[in-house]
Design a binder for this molecule. Structure first.
Ligand SMILES: [Zn+2]
Length: 339
């Protein structure tokens, strides 16, 4: 009987038991509501294939997306005093930190990494929104200052990718002080003649948008990202006016001159590489040779059988009207030659 109950019965039970299906295989697009298979979503960098909506990207996926071959080295950030104000609201701040640590396996809301992008040295400081809403406390401030120092030491460009609700209120005035500290940090990078680029992602608000996030040499915003200082509801209640639907979106900010470009996630890496190479290589790679005055310009080499090549099609306006002035000028030229 033992053999039957201990061996055969569990085997049979395993055979007939319904297979457990993990509940996180399908994700619902927050904009169009379509269901997307998790592998398709990861392959598409968390951009909805139905409506193009950009969903939030985790900090590790963000770094893998930006660095060459997804390879980078994480920098160790300075340790700070946790819970300096012994703050407590409905729960103790210390407990909130512990929970965020175990949920994200990170020490705070900022990750600093260095590596290559388009074979150029870069230091990237990316926010982790999953860690207490990416809020900026003393640890984040220290991390950003460390990132700016690292960029200077490595002669690298500094790229900051905010995804933050703003300053961390549990650290009171100490978190607000980070606005000034991070501003000085990025100012040092600029003084060293190195590019400082911000990639504003969803969301960039509060004390973060009021400090280093708006100070980039080039401000790039990810398509559809919410970027602003105070929340929409607060502004509407204060000014007693209805705000437009696209208020505080990346596209709205671009139209009003607050950001330099709005880029879709797939184009983010090539755009950044392009911007970096333009900012870092201001001189041409080869030597420039000036033609002596009076020298004939070098004629391009043409093949002998040039007469066999059919003439190009008429690319002027469809009704084949000559462009204003062109015909007359040709005639005059011919007259001149005849003389
Ligand atoms: Zn969608």
């Amino acid at each position: 009987m033992n053999w039957l109950t201990n061996y055969v019965k569990p085997k049979l039970r395993d055979l007939v038991r319904p297979k457990e299906i993990p509940d996180n295989l399908w994700h619902k697009c927050t904009k169009c509501g379509q269901m997307i298979f998790h592998r398709d979503l990861a392959k598409n960098h968390h951009v909805c294939q139905h409506c193009g909506h950009h969903m939030r990207l985790s900090v590790t996926e963000r770094l893998e997306l930006l660095f060459d071959d997804g390879k980078y080295t994480r920098a160790e950030l300075p340790k700070v005093k946790q819970d300096p104000l012994k703050f407590s609201d409905r729960r103790k701040y210390k407990d909130r930190i512990k929970e965020a640590n175990s949920k994200t396996k990170e020490e705070d809301a900022l990750v600093v990494a260095h590596g290559k992008m388009g074979a150029q040295n870069v230091v990237i400081a990316a926010f982790n929104f999953a860690y207490m809403g990416g809020s900026m406390g003393t640890a984040v401030g220290e991390g950003l200052v460390a990132a700016s120092k690292l960029a200077i030491v490595q002669d690298a460009a500094l790229i900051v990718v905010p995804a933050s609700g703003g300053a961390r209120m549990q650290e009171g005035i100490l978190s607000l002080m980070q606005m000034a500290r991070t501003t000085i940090g990025v100012e040092r990078v600029k003084e060293a003649g190195l590019p400082y680029i911000v990639v504003l992602t969803d969301p960039t608000t509060g004390g973060v948008s009021a400090s280093f996030a708006m100070l980039g040499d080039i401000a790039i915003a990810e398509s559809g990202a919410v970027i602003g200082f105070a929340g929409r509801r607060v502004i509407e209640q204060t000014i007693r006016e209805q705000l437009p639907d696209d208020f505080q979106t990346a596209e709205y900010l671009y139209e009003h001159g607050m950001v330099d470009m709005v880029v879709r996630r797939h184009e983010l890496r090539p755009t950044l590489i392009n911007v970096l190479s333009l900012l870092r290589h201001t001189k041409p790679a080869g030597d420039l040779v000036e033609l002596a005055h009076g020298d004939k310009p070098i004629e391009p080499e043409v093949e002998d059988n040039i007469n066999d090549i059919p003439p190009p099609p008429d690319i002027r306006r469809p009704d084949s009207e000559p462009l204003p002035g062109t015909e007359e000028k040709d005639e005059k030229d011919e007259d001149h030659k005849a003389d």
